[in-house]
Design a protein around this ligand. Structure first.
Ligand code: PHE
Length: 339
């Protein structure tokens, strides 16, 4: 058998054949040309196939089979390459088509409003002070001069964690934390979530948001409060808003007021938004009660201050025509994406 080996190998110069076949495959610019090359080098009557048929020894057979495998792979690769190029040709890239839209999220309306309000007060030299959502009964009520018999202390109205701990019912305890932590002058706003056991309806949710403001300095009067709120409201609602104060009562302010703003829709003329009154109720405020100063260790003869609190959710709802506060919580994209 070994005497036949040189004959078989001599019958085909495997190396030269491979070089020639690979070059032909690489040159083929169309599917037809590639097929020509395939028939010529791998077809039934090709030099390689004939040589394989003649092979008598295992070594040459293995070498020629390996060569055939390499050539077949080269043809397949070239076929794939030509097919891809053809595909790209039938669907040319059109740079004028609109691109695939990448959906972009946005901040919740309440968060947007909260940040705008913070910006406005920072612009007036105020600090943004973070309060706590879980409070002691003392910070939430006693320190704020709110006596044990006050209705908001009723467990019916408040989420108690235990006897001495509750979810804050307003942002006013932030005043206490700030005044105990630092000396006057103080100019701060504190914004965040508050909790009350209000049954859920279009104008009440048990979680809601407030903006608290506190200024403590020498000779602070209600006129400073009015000017501050007018400035803030004009920045948030646009135009020139005016403030109206009505007498009110809060245990931690004396005197206390409830304040309204001229309607941002009709500028005071009367419209459905302000129920034809020209005014929109905003919140509560007043001069800091001297008892509160005593509770935090300030001398009430030396310092005066004002404080105010208002609800963010209702501002957001009326400003954007959201008819039901529950919509802020339902996470319906169709609602949220409008803001
Ligand atoms: N904390 C009061 C409330 O929740 C609002 C308020 C804040 C009133 C500061 C006066 C001063 O209704």
């Amino acid at each position: 058998m070994s005497s036949e080996k040189p004959t078989t190998v001599a019958a085909v110069d495997a190396e030269a054949l491979e070089r020639e076949a690979l070059a032909a495959v690489a040159r083929a610019a169309t599917a037809d040309k590639l097929d020509e090359a395939r028939v010529r080098y791998l077809g039934r009557r090709s030099e390689l196939k004939l040589a394989l048929r003649e092979v008598r020894d295992r070594e040459s057979g293995a070498a020629l089979n390996a060569l055939r495998d390499r050539l077949e792979h080269a043809v397949e690769d070239k076929q794939a390459e030509l097919a891809a190029a053809a595909g790209a040709e039938t669907e040319p890239f059109d740079p004028t088509l609109p691109g695939a839209e990448i959906p972009r999220g946005a901040l919740h309306l309440i968060t947007q409003l909260r940040r705008r309000i913070e910006d406005v007060f920072v612009g007036m030299g105020y600090e943004v002070y973070d309060g706590r959502e879980v409070e002691t009964v003392w910070h939430n009520f006693d320190a704020l001069n709110q006596p044990e018999a006050h209705p908001t202390r009723d467990p019916q109205d408040t989420f108690y964690v235990d006897d001495q701990t509750l979810l804050r019912t307003h942002t006013s305890p932030s005043q206490i934390h700030a005044m105990m932590a630092k000396e006057p002058p103080i100019y701060l706003v504190s914004l965040g979530r508050c909790y009350r056991r209000d049954p859920i309806d279009p104008t009440h949710t048990p979680i809601f948001h407030q903006v608290e403001g506190l200024a403590v300095d020498r000779n602070i009067t209600l006129a400073d409060l009015r000017g501050t709120i007018e400035q803030f409201a004009s920045a948030i609602f646009g135009g020139r808003r005016q403030v109206r104060m009505r007498t009110g009562f809060f245990p931690f302010t004396e005197p206390s007021v409830e304040f309204d703003l001229t309607c941002y829709m009709c500028d005071g003329a009367g419209c459905p938004v302000c129920k034809r009154s020209g005014w929109i109720e905003m919140g509560g405020a007043g001069e800091v009660d001297p008892n509160v100063f005593v509770n935090v260790g300030y001398d009430p003869e030396a310092w005066q201050g004002f404080a105010f609190g208002l609800g963010l959710d209702r501002i957001a709802a009326s400003r954007h025509g959201v008819p039901d506060l529950r919509m802020f919580w339902e996470n319906d994209i169709r609602v949220l994406e409008q803001f």
